[in-house]
Every structure is written in C-alpha cells, then in structure tokens.
Design a protein around this ligand. Structure first.
Ligand code: MD3
Ligand code: FE
Length: 217
C-alpha cells in the first residue's frame, strides 16, 4: 500500500525539456550546489560590483551586471565588447570559480555539447521591474559553442523568439536552480526577460541572478 502511494507522488525533479532544436532546459540542475555558487558570487561582486551599464544609445540598463572569467561583456557609449579588464577598476575580472566552470561544463554535456570551456561568465542581477528587451547574443567569436544559463533567486518569465525579431516569442518560467543550454540553431535566437515580478526568495531576497557562460574568443 505504501509503495502504491509513493508511486503516485510525482517526481520532485521534473524531466529535461527540449525547448527547441539545440536548447535543453534542465530544471533544478544547479540546486545541489546553490550554496557554493552563492559563496563564489559574493567574492566576485566584492572585487567587481554590480553596475548599471549604458548602451550605445545612451540608455542605462535596468539589469545590473558584472562578470568573471578571462573576458567580460561590457557596454558603454562606444558599443558592446568583451573586455579582459573591468573598466571600473582597470584590472582583470575575477577569475571564473571552479564550481561555475564545472557546472557549465556538466550542463553542456547533458545538452549534447561535450567539452564546453567557457572563457566568460556574465552575471545579471534583476530587481523587481528590471527587464531585458529582445536581443541576440552575437558579440562572441564562435557561434558553434553553446551558451549555458543558470537562474538563481526569484522566478522570471523568459521570452524565447525565433531568428527574426518579428517572430512571436514563446514564454518560459525560469526558477531558482534551472539551467538552460542554448546551442545549435537556437544560438542566434532572439530572447529577452519580462519585467521581474515582486517577490522574496528564501536565499536571495528581492532579486534574480542569472549567470550566462560563454565562449567569447
Ligand atoms: C538564447 N540573459 O545575458 S539567459 C543575456 O535571464 C541574457 O539574464 C537573460 O539574455 C537573463 O544575454 C537570458 C538565457 C539565454 C542566454 C543567452 C541566449 C538564452 C539565450 C543566447 C541565445 C539564445
Ligand atoms: Fe542574451
């Protein structure tokens, strides 16, 4: 009887979901190392704090950003680029923590992209109201490498479009610990994040953090 009861309880960790060709959602994949990730993140933001960067068009982003790894993504009035140094300090970005690197590699393996060796990790911080409008990620050198994203803290609605800006985006909820591998034909898909809803997360409070691992060079 007890066994029957247990069998009727749904799996606590949902199965992987193929979102599109080359894009795989791994629900809760980062949950087992959440504490290590957050400790490593604390050290990163001590050295290179979150800041609201300015786009070439002169708008300040609602998402605050920092980076770790050999290269960091930056934007200012002169354009977008990967820079080995944090422009705020003039010094190299904090090194990519081993836990970050290994998580990204393991997720990419599961997504079918063996041997992923990211040299850049962009860290995005969303507070309620912050959003990211539809865009493509095309500042990297090699589009054959996937991008791995890790969501922490408050849930967000992710907008996943097509290869044309005008393609109507599908919406996905990304929750704490979810990891997505974006490769193959989806690597150049338009995507964005809807304005973050108010909320309070038990570990992160009123924020969502997203790590995106990239091969910049
Ligand atoms: C699909 N970040 O940093 S992560 C970005 O939640 C960015 O902060 C969002 O878009 C965030 O550039 C989304 C998911 C993601 C990242 C890169 C992609 C999805 C992607 C590249 C191609 C296709
Ligand atoms: Fe992006």
């Amino acid at each position: 009887m007890a066994a029957d009861l247990l069998e009727s309880v749904p799996d606590v960790r949902p199965a992987e979901e193929v979102i599109a060709e080359g894009a795989v959602l791994l629900p809760g994949f980062a949950r087992t190392i959440e504490v290590e990730l957050l400790e490593a993140l604390r050290a990163i933001i001590e050295q290179s704090p979150f800041r609201h960067m300015t786009t070439p068009g002169g708008h300040q982003m609602s998402v605050a950003m920092t980076n770790c790894g050999g290269f960091g993504w930056v934007t200012d009035r002169s354009g977008y680029r990967y820079d080995p140094n944090d422009p705020q300090s003039g010094k190299p970005w904090p090194p990519m923590p081993g836990a970050f690197r290994e998580l990204a590699r393991a997720a990419a393996d599961r997504g079918g992209f063996g041997g992923f060796a990211p040299d850049a990790c962009l860290v995005n911080r969303y507070q309620p109201g912050a959003r990211m409008s539809l865009h493509q990620d095309r500042d990297e050198n090699d589009f054959s490498a996937p991008i791995v994203s890790v969501s922490l803290g408050l849930p967000a609605t992710f907008l996943f479009g097509g290869l044309k800006r005008s393609d109507k985006p599908r919406r996905f909820r990304l929750e704490h610990g979810d990891v997505v591998v974006w490769g193959g034909p989806t690597r150049l898909a338009f995507h964005g994040v809807a304005p973050l809803a108010e909320g309070e997360h038990s570990l992160l409070g009123r924020q969502r953090i997203n790590l995106t691992f990239r091969k910049a060079r």
